[in-house]
Design a protein around this ligand. Structure first.
Ligand SMILES: [Zn+2]
Length: 245
């Protein structure tokens, strides 16, 4: 009959993302497809919802243990500007002071059960299912990170990157991730602000609007899914756009 002329809604129902990924499944293939990373391709709703759950569960854990990990980068941009994670984002970002790294590990070791995943990742699993891997954890695309990560679960490798900040000559910089980053002033992260997001306590930089203007440029309030197409990480275009120290 007319099987080749499905309405958009019907096509959506037939796709994997309409079924949706969950804690016990792998991440949707649309999300793990790195060829569309940092493009204007929207992330399946299930993945964004799961990232939001991951964000609040991690924030609750930080709050419980008085770990001052702050929301950073695209997650901060989404929550401050739109009251939710960006529809095209594929991870969550937190920052922390590098000297707190052992306290973070100890907190997960205290609350979680030790776990070794089939791919060799070793860490701790909380009752929620969150899986903390202190180093070299593998993401849904098979890439390993030189920083700590919190995964949605051992199976569903949606993740929150945990960026360690170190003192530099100018202020603070994110270590262990190579040259494609730039320093910020200490005032943004030496004291933090608490925001209440849908009933959850989340730490953010002390002046989030000013901070976001430094990270993304003065027009950070204008949504732009093509941002990293126009301003690739580490590029001269990006360095010209932002107010680097
Ligand atoms: Zn999904």
């Amino acid at each position: 009959m007319h099987t080749s002329t499905l309405l958009p809604e019907e096509k959506k129902r037939n796709s994997v993302s309409a079924v949706g990924c969950h804690r016990g499944s792998k991440v949707c293939t649309e999300t793990s497809n790195i060829s569309t990373l940092r493009t204007n391709v929207m992330t399946p709703k299930c993945c964004v919802d799961n990232l939001s759950t991951l964000m609040v569960e991690a924030a609750a854990f930080f709050h419980k243990h008085e770990l001052h990990c702050w929301l950073d980068w695209g997650s901060l941009l989404g929550v401050v500007r739109e009251g939710k994670l960006l529809a095209w984002d594929r991870d969550v970002d937190f920052g922390f002071h590098a000297h707190a790294e052992n306290a973070i590990l100890e907190a997960f070791a205290n609350d979680g059960r030790p776990h070794r995943a089939n791919n060799g990742d070793i860490g701790f699993v909380l009752e929620t299912g969150l899986f903390y891997v202190p180093n070299w954890g593998e993401d849904y695309a098979g890439n390993r990170a030189s920083i700590p990560r919190i995964y949605f679960s051992e199976t569903n490798r949606l993740y929150a990157d945990m960026y360690p900040y170190y003192r530099t000559e100018k202020g603070f910089g994110m270590g262990r991730i190579g040259p494609s980053t730039y320093d910020i002033e200490g005032k943004h992260i030496l004291s933090l602000r608490v925001v209440n997001w849908k009933g959850h306590v989340i730490y953010v930089p002390s002046e989030p609007e000013e901070y976001l203007a430094k990270r993304y440029g003065e027009d950070w309030m204008v949504p732009d899914p093509d941002f990293y197409q126009k301003y690739p990480p580490g590029s001269a275009e990006l360095m010209g756009k932002i107010n680097q120290l």
